[in-house]
Design a protein around this ligand. Structure first.
Ligand SMILES: *Cc1c(COP(=O)(O)O)cnc(C)c1O
Length: 401
């Protein structure tokens, strides 16, 4: 099918919830995608920080092919080896924890929130229900994770939402101290707000969050759905800080495009869940689990955590140097290969469209910020190519401020 035919079918039969670009992709390899016309693109979004090991990595493809032809699904009424082995691998990466496998980031966060409440009950606090979250956060699209998302405009069409969330400004320790009380079961934070425009929490803020949680017996949950597994130049973004959570959630990069999320909790917290408390039909199935095991192998064997740190610094410094003196470009910030270019005006969507036309995929994470999240396998040449395209486009905005 060509693009027009696909668009027509989608328009007629798929719910109209996505503001899509007029492109349909048919193939990917490494950091490169091809559309229905055979046009080649440099993918500096990686399916929103999902394809960290690149498209169609041979080791992931082989693992999935093999498992799909052997055993695809048996439900969680039975054991399967890939699930148990993946749980052990995630435990070993963190050095602690027990794992629940979900199918997405939102579901991993649902698990974390349910577990935090169960843990509070296990500690004898029957009345506790509150959760403190940051403004500008993103935690998912289910009713509860939407309520946890600190973006009121996303709530309005669906009100009323679960009412047990308190919203505080990111990096405002005083507001956090006021919000965390005796009725708080959890503080849920992104170490770097991804959808919020790549906004970094300060070390002081995360340290304070852990302190207030410990004082009140609440769980500190880090949502590392976007930042986890090497994206920021450490296995977990919180490892840049001297603060550990009680619970951490993962999803995006874990399955290289196969749906899998994980909620990992410190053992004593995890043990608050009893048989029957939580479940999923598909979660932790053999195919996504072998994909995830292959992803972790690739990240390790190809040294992609260190590569993300190094490539991210290169990308930020090249962009900063090349746009110095351009009044249209504000802060260029990020951690590892999660980067935002802030603009002096609401031109992000326009710039993304221009980049796409020139064969570069990036995204307008907010009206005035363009997000870059290339695969961690991105080469120096690809970084130089992307910078050249972006700088060329941004130079057209130089006089606009
Ligand atoms: C993408 C994202 C989610 C939601 O993940 P889904 O798989 O879309 O449900 C949650 N939290 C963060 C930080 C995310 O970036």
């Amino acid at each position: 099918m060509n693009l027009e035919q696909i668009e027509a079918l989608d328009g007629r039969y798929h719910m109209n919830v996505y503001g899509r670009q007029p492109v349909a992709f048919v193939r990917g390899e490494g950091a490169v995608l091809w559309d229905t016309d055979g046009k080649e693109y440099l993918d500096f979004l990686a399916g929103i920080a999902v394809m960290s090991v690149g498209h169609s990595h041979p080791k992931v493809v082989e693992a999935v092919r093999e498992q799909a032809g052997t055993l695809t699904h048996v439900s969680n009424l039975f054991y399967t080896e890939p699930q148990a082995v993946l749980a052990e691998r995630l435990h070993d990466l963190l050095g602690w924890g027990k794992v629940f496998f979900a199918n997405s980031g939102a579901e991993a966060n649902e698990c974390a929130l349910k577990l935090a409440r169960r843990w509070a009950r296990a500690q004898g606090s029957a009345e506790r229900s509150g959760v403190v979250v940051a403004l500008g956060s993103f935690h998912g699209r289910t009713f509860t994770t939407l309520a946890a998302t600190g973006q009121p405009h996303k709530h309005e069409p669906f009100a009323p939402l679960p009412a047990w969330f308190t919203y505080v400004a990111l990096n405002d320790e005083e507001a956090l101290e006021q919000a965390v009380g005796d009725e708080t079961t959890a503080v849920l934070l992104e170490v770097v707000q991804g959808e919020g425009g790549v906004r970094l929490a300060t070390p002081e803020y995360l340290t304070a969050a852990r302190k207030f949680c410990d004082e009140r017996g609440a769980a500190l949950i880090f949502d590392e759905v976007q930042t986890g597994l090497g994206r920021t130049g450490k296995w977990f973004a919180f490892q840049h800080y001297d603060v550990a959570p009680h619970i951490v959630t993962l999803a995006k990069a874990l399955g290289a495009g196969l749906p899998i999320g994980a909620c990992i909790a410190r053992e004593d917290v995890a043990d608050a869940f009893k048989p029957g408390d939580h479940a999923t039909t598909f979660g932790g199935g053999p195919v996504p689990c072998v994909a995830a095991l292959a992803v972790l192998d690739v990240i390790e064997s190809e040294g992609l955590v260190a590569r993300a740190a190094e490539a991210g610094e290169k990308l930020i410094s090249m962009l900063s140097a090349a746009t110095e003196g351009n009044g249209a470009v504000g802060e260029i910030r990020g951690l590892g290969l999660l980067i935002a270019i802030e603009l002096a005006g609401d031109w992000a969507a326009e710039i993304v469209g221009k980049a796409l036309a020139r064969g570069l995929i990036v995204n307008n994470v907010t009206p005035n910020a363009v997000r870059l999240a290339p695969p961690l396998i991105v080469s120096d040449e690809q970084i130089e190519q992307a910078v050249e395209i972006l700088v060329g486009i941004l130079s057209g905005y130089g006089d606009a401020s």
